[in-house]
Design a protein around this ligand. Structure first.
Ligand SMILES: O=P(O)(O)OC[C@@H](O)[C@@H](O)c1c[nH]c2ccccc12
Length: 340
């Protein structure tokens, strides 16, 4: 099959100008087509200038460009520090040893494909989610193991477990606990991965799959983390939010062996719009996803069976759902109703 050309990517000079002219918001028109990474991995004047990490020391009075442009950038800057601290407590060599001793990972992609085939509906990745930066606490009565078991009983194909502590009130221990409780669904480690260290941490905590965010990671990093995950037997869910990002990630080697996802939530503005999935799947890049048989996951803002039908119609073979099911009194019934 002929691979079509990627949309024009703005030159480095153009994109620097664009970043400066819209400092605090993500420039949707610009990023929709280019697919270039606009998230900066470090504050321009260094991590010591940020209120992140365990060190109270902080340089004040610096220019605005040293403030994160949106929540995603703030999270990524925090992660840089968090990983340093984790590495001090648990060196990589130790983690690699632990990862080796784990039971082999389960096939995340196959579980989704099998469930979709069995039910004729998109395979559900049900998210164990206590809180989020946009909604605050979603489920105050948060028992991760009870929630995970209910998701499985309700018919989820796979589970997603948020491990970020600061912004989502999750933890790696939740992942470990859910795995130890005998849940058989494959587990996705929902983390903001910026270092290979976190890939090993995910596997050592019992994950079968990891999330990689195209808005944060250029293709060289995505390819590297995909290799690291593959070497450990894990699958990747590569998340995009624009046509340009999709065009870019479709060039990654072996991408068919993994999953792609479209996040309906703009992580710059928190706006959720299911039409993002429809628009991207209707583009020539969405067409390519269908032709190459890649499983696309519709992510975020899915509340009703009509929403499920809408993203299925758009071409999604799977859905990633948190809020609408985690806040149900009867989670088993809630999952069944969503998939009805
Ligand atoms: O709670 P919702 O709207 O159903 O969304 C779930 C999931 O898609 C969302 O939590 C998510 C999608 N991509 C992410 C990346 C990081 C953190 C969280 C996410």
């Amino acid at each position: 099959m002929m691979l079509k050309q990627r949309p024009q990517v703005a030159s480095a000079g153009q994109s620097r100008r664009a970043t400066r002219s819209c400092s605090r918001v993500v420039c949707s028109a610009q990023t929709t087509m280019s697919g270039e990474v606009t998230i900066r991995r470090r504050p321009p004047h260094g991590l010591e200038t940020q209120p992140c990490g365990p060190h109270a020391f902080r340089v004040g009075g610096l220019p605005d460009e040293n403030k994160p442009q949106n929540i995603l950038e703030e999270i990524v800057w925090w992660k840089a520090r968090e990983v340093e601290v984790m590495r001090d407590k648990q060196p990589l060599a130790l983690l690699q040893g632990l990862a080796k001793k784990m039971d082999p990972p389960r096939d995340f992609r196959a579980a989704i494909a099998a469930k979709a085939k069995e039910t004729g509906r998109p395979g559900l990745i049900a998210e164990v989610k206590k809180a989020s930066p946009s909604k605050g606490v979603i489920q105050p009565d948060f028992d991760p193991v009870r929630i995970a078991k209910s998701y499985e009983a309700g018919g989820a194909a796979c589970l997603s477990v948020l491990t970020d502590e600061k912004f989502f009130q999750g933890s790696f221990q939740n992942l470990t606990k859910i795995r130890a409780a005998g849940v058989t669904c494959p587990l996705l480690c929902k983390e903001f991965i910026v270092e290979a260290y976190q890939v090993f941490k995910a596997r050592a905590s019992g994950a079968d799959a990891i999330l990689l965010i195209a808005a944060v990671l250029p293709n060289a990093d995505l390819a590297y983390f995909m290799k690291a995950a593959q070497n450990l037997g894990m699958t990747c869910l590569i998340e995009v939010h624009t046509e340009g990002e999709l065009a870019r990630v479709l060039e990654l080697p072996d991408v068919e062996k993994h999953l792609l996802g479209i996040n309906n939530r703009d992580l710059g503005t928190f706006k959720v719009d299911l039409n993002v999935t429809k628009r991207i799947m209707d583009s020539e890049w969405g067409q390519q996803v269908k032709e190459r048989g890649i499983i696309m996951v519709g992510e975020s803002g899915i509340f009703t069976p009509e929403d499920v039908a809408f993203v299925q119609q758009a071409g999604c073979g799977a859905i990633l759902v948190g809020e609408s099911i985690v806040k149900q009194g009867d989670i088993v019934a809630g999952v069944k109703a969503l998939l009805a």
